[in-house]
Design a protein around this ligand. Structure first.
Ligand SMILES: CC(C)(COP(=O)(O)OP(=O)(O)OC[C@H]1O[C@@H](n2cnc3c(N)ncnc32)[C@H](O)[C@@H]1OP(=O)(O)O)[C@@H](O)C(=O)NCCC(=O)NCCS
Length: 216
């Protein structure tokens, strides 16, 4: 089976580093897909545009990991490749400590040192960056990003496409609405609505995320 990593930015490169350092699956070939660059090499792999990839490899021959940081892009690209029959796969660092009864959706990326407590549900396309801790009975919707060194307490619910910046903390039982942003370093003690941007300690809603983007 062939593994294609869709995206050559930080998240795509991180995915490659994990599968290269820990070859738990004997991939026949690993390649990158990037539609914004000229075909060539990335890391020590071939890099092609999606059209070339799809012409060469059928959904029976290849699976895809979408390695894109902006969740709305991850969602759109995942929908595109799935509509053509390709399966999207998760990449999970072997040094993440995930309780046995945790449910993990497809197309997630879980980095080194992540700890996830029991009975937590992680949706599709989520990104859990290095050394974050996620408590027990947490519900992460689809395409949620938890950045590096965040702490998400027990019973928190984070709706689809919500985001916590580096060193952010979310207290027990808090509800974070769809496309909401908890900024870098914020400590959130109260529920925040859909599309809100919350900053500071204690976290307060200071703006709105109507563009549905974190990285401008
Ligand atoms: C929340 C966030 C998206 C806001 O970005 P933004 O809309 O571009 O905000 P700006 O930089 O224009 O700042 C707007 C105001 O909020 C303040 N502010 C920005 N980030 C803040 C933060 N984390 N905590 C407190 N105040 C903050 C700014 O100082 C500025 O105040 P001012 O108007 O008085 O000068 C950004 O701060 C953030 O946290 N990004 C995530 C970074 C990250 O963790 N990346 C992870 C990569 S894996």
């Amino acid at each position: 089976m062939i593994l294609a990593i869709y995206g050559t930015g930080g998240m795509g490169k991180d995915a490659y580093q994990i599968v290269k350092d820990y070859p738990t699956i004997p991939w026949e070939k690993i390649l990158f897909i990037d539609d914004t660059r000229e075909e060539g090499m990335e890391q020590d792999c071939e890099m092609v545009v999606f059209e070339t990839f799809a012409r060469r490899y059928s959904p029976e021959e290849a699976v895809i990991h979408v390695g894109m940081g902006e969740s709305i892009n991850r969602l759109k690209v995942t929908e595109k490749v799935k509509a053509l029959g390709y399966k999207v796969v998760s990449i999970i660092h072997p040094h993440a400590r995930i309780a046995e009864d945790v449910t993990i959706g497809e197309g997630c990326q879980i980095k080194m040192g992540v700890v996830v407590g029991s009975h937590t549900v992680i949706g599709d396309g989520c990104v859990l960056q290095s050394y974050s801790s996620i408590g027990s009975d947490v519900k992460l919707g689809n395409y949620v990003q938890i950045s590096a060194k965040c702490h998400i307490s027990d019973n928190v619910t984070m709706e689809d496409n919500s985001f916590v910046g580096m060193h952010g903390c979310v207290s027990e039982g808090v509800h974070v609405g769809k496309f909401a942003i908890v900024s870098m370093g914020a400590a959130l003690f109260r529920d925040i609505p859909e599309e809100s941007v919350c900053m500071g300690n204690p976290g307060r809603v200071m703006g709105s995320n109507t563009t549905h983007r974190v990285y401008n």
